[in-house]
Write a protein that binds this ligand. Structure first.
Ligand SMILES: [Zn+2]
Ligand SMILES: [Zn+2]
Length: 338
């Protein structure tokens, strides 16, 4: 029995808090599934959307793109995920399938792509409709709260990590610096350690709790982001939305090393001397995800028992969860429970 209405947290105007609203339960369109939301993690991208740092959200908007839900209805033509099955809905919600990027296994760059909780309605709600082709089956070893952060923090963090490790230049990539030790870094640190990497965690200066969290999860060193490491890094991944970390991380890289900016938004990057980039260092960004990224990461997560640190909040307290993330009060991820 599907109710007519649901509770949702809604962004009506960027820069203002979310409002608790009663909305109609969505009707799944052709190719969509209707999900009863079990958990939805809070991503830093949600903060950028709510704070008005990303253009043209689909207002009024239900944010949230790390959704774990159970299939309760199929739109016409849908059937890939049976009624009752548990699936995850990530940030990438729809692509055209025809453009040069879609045809080149780079659907993350599709110019017509639609994004969950940004240009499509998301998971800060009791129900959500999603294109079944973009929903993932989830490893059974993670319960709803602990599976939710895998869907962006884990998945896009893994894309950044793979980008650094799979195309090594100037020797192997075994010594990896993580800048910003939040939801993504706490998962990627564990994968990197499991794969034999040395992980160094760079946090906000003086953030002893984040530094201890990093050491607890296997980092061989954790300290302030304005401190250079004792030995140069093979790769650096920046998860914090702080442009000033780009020259700092470049200065920490060995010749031929790679710096990956993993977030969707960053403050301006200050100018820096060319010598920091010279010697064939490179700077790249990661944008979005492909469905193949999801399949690969979730298979890894099924094989390595990741410790997912998650603080959960009732859906109605979404603003509090966003504020805790904004103020750096979380170790790991925040997860909303409807
Ligand atoms: Zn496309
Ligand atoms: Zn995200």
């Amino acid at each position: 029995m599907i109710p007519q209405t649901m509770r949702a947290m809604v962004l009506e105007r960027p820069g203002a808090p979310l409002h608790a609203r009663t909305l109609p339960v969505p009707t799944p369109a052709r190719g969509q599934v209707l999900l009863r939301v079990a958990a939805c993690a809070v991503c830093r991208t949600d903060l950028h959307v709510v704070d008005g740092e990303l253009p043209d959200p689909a207002l009024p908007l239900v944010p949230g793109h790390e959704i774990v839900g159970h299939v309760i209805a199929h739109g016409d033509g849908a059937g890939r995920h049976p009624i009752g099955s548990r699936v995850g809905v990530p940030w990438l919600g729809w692509t055209c399938g025809q453009c040069r990027y879609c045809r080149a296994d780079a659907e993350n760059l599709c110019p017509s792509a639609r994004f969950t909780g940004y240009t499509l309605q998301g998971g800060y709600a009791e129900y959500v409709a999603a294109d079944e082709r973009f929903c993932f089956a989830l490893p059974a070893t993670y319960d709803d709260v602990h599976a939710a952060p895998l869907l962006c923090a884990g998945l896009i963090g893994h894309r950044a990590y793979r980008m650094a490790r799979e195309h090594p230049f100037g020797g192997p990539v075994d010594r990896v610096g993580l800048y910003g030790f939040g939801a993504a870094a706490h998962l990627i640190a564990q994968l990197a350690v499991a794969e034999g990497c040395e992980v160094l965690a760079f946090t906000r200066p003086g953030d002893a709790a984040a530094q201890q969290h990093a050491r607890d999860l296997g980092a061989c060193w954790a300290g302030d982001a304005d401190q250079p490491p004792a030995q140069a890094l093979d790769a650096a991944l920046i998860f914090a939305p702080v442009g000033a970390l780009v020259p700092a991380a470049l200065a920490a890289l060995r010749p031929g090393g790679t710096l990956i900016c993993a977030g969707i938004h960053m403050s301006d990057i200050p100018s820096f001397p060319y010598r920091l980039l010279w010697q064939e260092r490179s700077v790249r960004s990661v944008a979005n995800l492909t469905r193949e990224d999801g399949d690969r990461f979730l298979a890894r997560a099924a094989g390595v028992a990741l410790r997912v640190d998650a603080a959960h909040y009732p859906l109605a307290r979404a603003n509090e969860a966003l504020d805790d993330l904004r103020q750096g009060r979380l170790q790991g991820a925040a997860v909303l429970l409807p």
